[in-house]
Design a protein around this ligand. Structure first.
Ligand SMILES: *Cc1c(COP(=O)(O)O)cnc(C)c1O
Length: 367
């Protein structure tokens, strides 16, 4: 067996390295409890309404799911005042990003985005024989929209904008996105990855929903993994005009989303109160954690998500190994070429305290 048998483009890909699994850390270090602040999961878990809906759905497991997640699309349509045929549901946002790539990228097409960002855009581009055009973020770590505009050529097919950006948590300044969209040539499709968009609190900040309604050639991608606490069940979606969704529908597996996941996501949308609680808790703990980390001497950028991007001023692979022995997981940013940066998910008050205590201990032992 040699790599020559592989599909040629696959030899260029590196497998995604997820945060270390809680089960593995428990076993490797003999720990009973793990605080995972490495994967931007919701520390309070899913809404109880989502859980009961999933339990009910289990009883119908012998039945194939309704292929298009009609009920979920109806709920999304009413929530965002769009049409249900302007939504496509997939097995997580990651799956949706792959589907968008599969539907649109031809050999040699140029796909533009800034880095560091979410790695899925690069993976799907390379797989399909496209050419990733990777530009640096601006000095304040946001997508460099001017430079993206300058990089558009006749071969440009897609532009990915991760907003808020993972791993930096930053957003494009208010008003800038629409000015940008007005300058993008009409044959270029802009994909807004809005996995964390619900955490943005700026009054009047326009998102993919607004841009689709205004008729821009935009596809926005969202997920139930972050705000809604359903990362383990895998539901993501995209919204766009029906014309833009048509080729994506053609490549989507018929039963991409399982019955249990679809039921959970649908019920999660109904629990407005729970959503508000999550947002309030996240905000409160983010402000507190950011302040305490700054007091410990770390440098942070402004986050509009459920995580912080922190310059720890030391090698984070080392530091995260030290923390791991205490049962605390943070995400080193070395895979993005940033050895001193960490991405730290906002946990519960108790989890954040545990992190702060462990960090104070490492500072004491090194000084
Ligand atoms: C987490 C994340 C996703 C993937 O979400 P899933 O629905 O869990 O696949 C996509 N984009 C960004 C920017 C993310 O952080």
């Amino acid at each position: 067996m040699s790599k020559e048998q592989w599909r040629r483009n696959v030899t260029q890909l590196k497998p995604y390295i997820p945060g270390k699994a809680i089960e593995d850390v428990k076993r490797d270090f003999g720990l009973a409890e793990i605080t995972r602040l490495a994967s931007n999961e919701n520390p309070l878990g899913p809404s109880p309404k989502a859980v009961s809906a999933m339990l009910r759905a289990l009883l119908d497991s012998q039945l194939y799911p309704e292929s298009t997640c009609r009920e979920l699309r109806e709920k999304l349509a009413s929530l965002y005042e769009m049409d249900q045929d302007q939504f496509l549901i997939g097995n997580g946002a990651d799956n949706v990003i792959s589907l968008i790539g599969t539907a649109y990228i031809n050999d040699g097409d140029e796909i533009i985005y800034c880095t560091p960002t979410f790695p899925a855009y690069r993976t799907i581009t390379l797989l399909l024989g496209g050419m990733p055009i990777e530009l640096p973020l601006t000095g304040n770590l946001t997508f460099d929209l001017d430079r993206i505009l300058d990089s558009i050529t006749d071969r440009t097919k897609l532009i990915f904008i991760c907003n808020p950006n993972n791993p930096t948590g930053t957003i494009v300044e208010k008003g800038r996105l629409e000015a940008f969209l007005q300058q993008v040539p009409p044959q270029v499709i802009v994909v807004l990855d809005e996995a964390y968009v619900e955490f943005i609190e700026l009054e009047g900040y326009l998102t993919g929903v607004d841009f689709v309604k205004k008729g821009y050639p935009v596809i926005f991608v969202r997920t139930f993994s972050k705000l809604y606490g359903l990362a383990g069940t895998r539901v993501g979606y995209c919204g766009a005009s029906h014309e833009l969704l048509e080729p994506i529908l053609a490549v989507r597996e018929p039963f991409a989303v399982n019955r249990i996941a679809a039921a959970g996501a649908t019920a999660a949308l109904d629990d407005e109160e729970y959503k508000i609680t999550i947002l309030q808790e996240n905000k409160r703990e983010m402000v507190r954690l950011a302040k305490e980390l700054q007091e410990l001497g770390y440098a942070l950028s402004d986050s509009h998500a459920n995580f912080l991007f922190v310059d720890m001023k030391e090698d984070v692979v080392n530091l995260s190994n030290t923390l791991m022995r205490e049962g605390i997981l943070i995400r080193p940013c070395i895979a993005w070429g940033l050895p001193n940066h960490a991405r730290i998910t906002i946990g519960t008050a108790e989890q954040n305290d545990r992190l702060l205590t462990a960090l104070r201990k490492t500072i004491k032992t090194t000084s």
